[in-house]
Design a protein around this ligand. Structure first.
Ligand code: SF4
Length: 255
């Protein structure tokens, strides 16, 4: 087995211990924009192994807010009459694998679907969740083409990020929605779309909000308009299911 995947899977030992707390980044009790066609709760996990230049949630990266898992379960129960699924997001939810596995299992027991929004850095842990049938839809953030150098730049110097992410994309057994957040000073949609050509996935181009980014250059960008995103989507019409997501109009299927 590859050394990276082996390291990734060493977390299995931790899962066997009782995980009682989550480093909790917050919750949106009801959202209609995070899973097309569904009303969902979104639970944010603090912490992330990457440092993306345009991170839209960077306040979560170093957050520390330890909350009993029982409290999170109560929050899910509080929303369950209004939702059909829970999306676990971040930060990077797979960084806290034990808490994630527990909460995904709890969510399934309540008769709700589970979505995981991940940067793909932990293919071994992701594979384990899929094997356990704890994921119904995977939302995979892809930030650059399958080129280690490009991936390293956008993720703040993380050497193996690109390799790991495309390993995650190769996993089978669950529908995959790939997402890319774009900015005027950073977007490589054509390169990413080329890298996706041989995969069966939905591709969503998301409107980045420059003022939410930590990078000073991106922060000064003018937000890309809905029509500009639609043009980007049309430029990769060789992919079979391409959508855009904007503040103005929500999610729209373009190709
Ligand atoms: S992977 Fe996501 S949460 Fe982590 S730094 Fe990048 S954009 Fe931020």
């Amino acid at each position: 087995m590859n050394l990276v995947l082996l390291t990734d899977n060493l977390f299995v030992g931790e899962v066997k211990r009782k995980v009682m707390k989550l480093n909790f980044g917050g919750m949106i009790p009801i959202s209609t924009v995070d899973w097309c066609g569904r009303s969902v709760s979104v639970i944010f996990f603090n912490g992330c192994p990457l440092r993306c230049l345009y991170c839209q949630n960077y306040r979560l990266i170093d957050g520390n807010n330890q909350v009993e898992l029982e409290e999170i379960e109560k929050k899910i129960i509080g929303s369950e009459n209004f939702i059909s699924a829970v999306v676990f997001s971040g930060g990077e939810p797979l960084m806290q694998y034990g808490a994630l596995e527990h909460l995904a299992g709890f969510t399934k027991e309540r008769g709700l679907l589970v979505g995981i929004e991940t940067n793909g850095y932990y293919p071994g842990r992701l594979s384990r969740l899929i094997e356990k049938k704890l994921i119904d839809r995977l939302f995979l953030d892809i930030k650059a083409p399958a080129h280690p150098g490009k991936y390293k730049i956008i993720t703040g110097g993380v050497e193996d990020a690109g390799w790991r992410v495309f390993k995650s994309l190769e996993l089978r057994g669950v529908p995959v929605e790939v997402r890319t957040t774009v900015f005027r000073s950073y977007s490589d949609i054509s390169g990413i779309a080329e890298s996706l050509k041989s995969y069966d996935c939905t591709y969503v181009i998301q409107q980045g909000i420059p003022e939410n980014a930590p990078d000073e250059v991106i922060k000064k960008d003018k937000t890309l308009a809905r029509d500009e995103l639609a043009a980007l989507a049309r430029s990769v019409s060789f992919l079979k299911d391409v959508r855009i997501r904007t503040r103005e109009k929500g999610e729209e299927k373009i190709n």
